[in-house]
Design a protein around this ligand. Structure first.
Ligand code: PMV
Length: 386
């Protein structure tokens, strides 16, 4: 398999979606990955893959799940998906992909349809998927209805299983770097932000002059650049609402296309990424927190400036944000928040303040959480094959 990728977009002064025209795409399509049907062995592959939290947010996409701006994230630990993929010779004469999907050991038709559609879209990359039968079991470490976007964890777990299956059947992905890159690429096709979950501690996704190795097509591991204070950072997730969002991330990305402020966003986010990278490398927690919160406000500001505008924050979100600012000021503890595309609040802080922050969460913040629920999480070491 040839992996050729030249990214000359890093020579451009400004990164904008238009830079797609200068990407020479990696070509993972490989018609040779076919098995001899009666010789297929049965196999079972299991991966645990975590969620991640974007510090600089990906918001707006072009082409096939390509980001309009680069993003950087911490890989999480406690919020993960475990996926088991069983494969064997195809018994049915069903053309195309034959997959059975169980979520928390229960058949789930909407999820199964989504997975089948995704696997079908991957046939040019993994043509052997039409020659075998698959059963996929998936479960999350957090309650399904917790209002947490689980697609990063679930899509990265599935992508890792698929790449391991390719390697088991053809021995083509024994090189760790190539394996991770392909797993990140496939994860991205499933859910953009999922491509960042492949790596230990931190990941960078999207072409940026900050890194020669960066790409819109897959994320790269960034954990080795972190100052030690960030390697043990906490991210406690406060579940403000468990209800399904009224505007999905997919619809939100789409609304960036007509948003009059999107160009300004794409022109300014590079400078913000640069500052965030500086803070992460140098252990500048105050600068980190400042940029982190500005990003959360920007993301939700862009939603409010969309046409039509929409609001995903809930009264509890705003109360928590105010309480956090007050706590930081009075206690002089570097506790900062960020938000995903939803009302839940991520609280980020250095390990040394764990006891003080968790006492504060329990006494002051759980009252704003749906059924008092929160997930204490932290920076994690990335996916694990089980
Ligand atoms: O990966 P998606 O399509 O669910 O989009 C994720 C978008 C944000 O969570 C808001 C930001 C990010 O970079 O993760």
């Amino acid at each position: 398999m040839r992996l050729l990728f030249y990214n000359i977009s890093s020579f451009l002064p400004i990164f904008r979606p238009q830079s797609k025209s200068v990407l020479f795409m990696i070509d993972y399509n490989n018609p040779e990955l076919l098995v001899t049907p009666h010789k297929v062995r049965s196999g079972k592959i299991e991966w645990r893959s975590p969620s991640n939290i974007a510090l600089i947010k990906y918001w707006g996409k072009y082409g096939q799940q390509l980001p309009c701006n680069p993003s950087i994230s911490f890989t999480l630990d406690a919020a993960y998906t475990e996926t088991t993929l069983e494969y064997g010779p195809k018994m049915s004469d069903k053309p195309g992909v034959a997959v059975d999907f169980l979520f928390h050991n229960q058949h789930n038709k909407p999820f199964a349809d989504k997975i089948e559609k995704f696997l079908t879209s991957l046939l040019p990359v993994f043509p052997f998927l039409s020659q075998i039968e698959l059963t996929i079991f998936s479960s999350n470490s957090f309650p399904h209805s917790a209002g947490i976007a689980s697609s990063a964890a679930s899509m990265s777990a599935l992508a890792l299983c698929l790449c391991t299956m390719e390697d088991e059947l053809f021995g083509t992905l024994s090189d760790d770097v190539q394996f991770e890159q392909k797993a990140s690429y496939i994860s991205r096709l499933g859910s953009g932000s999922a491509c960042r979950s492949i790596y230990s501690k931190a990941a960078l996704w999207g072409a940026t002059p900050e890194s020669q190795a960066s790409s819109d097509l897959y994320a790269i591991g960034w954990g080795h650049h972190l100052h030690p204070v960030f390697s043990t950072f906490h991210d406690d997730i406060l579940i403000i609402s468990k209800e399904e969002k009224n505007v999905s991330s997919t619809a939100g990305h789409k609304l960036m296309e007509g948003n009059p402020y999107s160009e300004t966003r794409y022109m300014t986010v590079q400078a913000r990424l640069k500052q965030m990278i500086y803070a992460l490398k140098n252990g500048d927690v105050e600068l980190f927190g400042d940029i982190l919160e500005k990003e959360a406000y920007s993301l939700h500001g862009l939603m409010m400036l969309s046409d039509p505008p929409y609001l995903l924050l809930r009264p509890g979100t705003v109360s928590v944000i105010e309480k956090v600012a007050e706590f930081r000021k009075t206690k002089k503890i570097p506790l900062y928040f960020t938000l995903d595309a939803g009302p839940n609040v991520h609280l980020l802080y250095p390990d040394e303040y764990q006891d003080a922050v968790q006492a504060f969460i329990k006494s002051e913040l759980l009252r704003y959480c749906a059924e008092g629920s929160y997930i204490p999480d932290k920076v994690g070491t990335g996916p694990k094959q089980l």
